[in-house]
Design a protein around this ligand. Structure first.
Ligand SMILES: Nc1ncnc2c1ncn2[C@@H]1O[C@H](COP(=O)(O)OP(=O)(O)OP(=O)(O)O)[C@@H](O)[C@H]1O
Ligand SMILES: [Mg+2]
Length: 365
């Protein structure tokens, strides 16, 4: 256990909740004292109310417990916020204590520094993101990275590219095709690493550029259909990963004729829907992901989502629809925000994020 032992955490949480919940309740007569118990293990803690209780056991209570406990557990554990209360059955002999509100926690993550040598040596598909948070690329469908200007989107994207492509071919996880409407650090990274990259050549010709992008995407749609035919014949084929990477999607889809936008949207929807079984992935970066920027289906298919910069219900509503970010302790500074990775093992876990620092090829950042 971090910080305290099991007994220490149990007492600390019980005390804090006794005091905190009492003061936050609207009816002053409500007493929590003696009306609940706390149980702690490595994965989290349980709030075991004694039924019948003189208080409501509802989402409001769940939120209040989360807010109090998350601060108490910092800087040792991050309590994980669920969109609605997590009532579980509790093994107690006494009928009055047979249910509990469960809170998962994990050790507080810190920013990591990933040296070039680590990437060179790496032979796995596991991408380190923070001290206790890793992403197995074999479980990734698509990746969305959102955030206000200057929040560190392109930097994090370059980290992912660096890791996915490896520094030499032996450590390569995925082939890449990069589209960079701003001809910024991702484009420079591609130049340094000899990776295919598409960027606008003439000023003001967004329409031509989007038409070129749509044409490239249609080539990938053909690859997907091709791979599906092969899968139909032999379902055990494992295809090499391919990632289509688009930085600053907003710059691409704003102010273009509807017809062009529709065909771009249709390509990108097809790739996100059908790419997952054939290992063709999308990595999309945008200031925001409302329905004008990408089709809703693309948002629903992505299982690794990152929101950088300012965190509020206004900024998180596109990537994390059900989340009220109140009470989540988001670090400040560049390259910070929230991350969720929905890999079927840990559903709906939204965690504070500090993006890794890495050694980029010369002249890229
Ligand atoms: N994890 C990090 N470690 C160190 N520096 C970082 C980190 N994340 C971001 N930065 C720094 O923050 C600055 C801004 O990042 P970046 O250009 O990626 O922002 P952006 O969100 O892409 O902005 P824009 O919308 O203008 O393209 C960069 O100069 C980068 O060096
Ligand atoms: Mg950028």
């Amino acid at each position: 256990m971090q910080g305290l032992d099991v007994k220490g955490w149990k007492n600390m949480l019980k005390q804090a909740l006794n005091l905190g919940l009492g003061s936050s309740s609207s009816t002053e007569t409500t007493s929590y004292s003696g009306s609940f118990d706390i149980s702690v293990d490595e994965n989290g803690f349980a709030f075991v109310p004694r039924i019948p209780a003189s208080y409501f056991i509802d989402n409001g209570l769940y939120e209040s417990i989360f807010k109090i406990a998350n601060v108490v557990c910092f800087p040792f554990y991050t309590v994980i916020k669920k969109p609605t209360m997590n009532l579980i059955s509790w093994s107690a002999d006494d009928f009055h204590s047979k249910r509990a509100l469960w809170f998962d926690w994990m050790p507080v993550n810190t920013r990591i520094k990933v040296p070039e040598s680590y990437i060179l040596k790496n032979r796995s598909h596991i991408i380190p993101i923070m001290s206790h948070f890793f992403v197995d690329f074999n479980s990734v469908t698509s990746i969305l990275i959102a955030g206000n200007s200057g929040s560190g989107k392109s930097y994090f994207l370059s980290y992912l590219l660096n890791f996915l492509y490896g520094m030499n071919h032996r450590s390569k996880i995925s082939d890449l095709f990069v589209i960079d409407p701003k001809k910024d650090s991702p484009a420079r990274w591609c130049k340094a690493c000899n990776v295919d990259c598409l960027f606008p050549t003439k000023q003001g010709a967004t329409t031509d550029f989007v038409a070129d992008v749509t044409e490239v995407l249609s080539r990938f749609v053909k690859i997907i259909y091709d791979r599906q035919d092969q899968l139909y014949e032999n379902s055990s084929i494992k295809f090499p990963h391919v990632c289509i990477v688009i930085d600053e999607l907003l710059a691409l889809t704003e102010n273009i004729p509807k017809k062009l936008k529709d065909s771009f949207f249709s390509m990108i929807s097809t790739i996100s829907l059908m790419g997952r079984s054939t290992n063709v992935h999308l990595i999309l970066v945008s200031q925001r992901f409302d329905a004008n920027v990408i089709p809703v289906v693309v948002r629903q298919q992505a299982n690794l989502k990152i929101q950088l910069g300012v965190i509020s219900s206004a900024t998180t509503r596109f990537l994390f629809e059900d989340l009220d970010p109140a009470g989540i302790l988001v670090p400040t500074g560049r390259g910070t925000g929230l991350i969720s990775f929905n890999d079927n093992k840990k559903l709906n876990q939204i965690l504070p994020l500090q993006t890794p620092t890495f050694e980029a090829p010369k002249g890229v950042i």
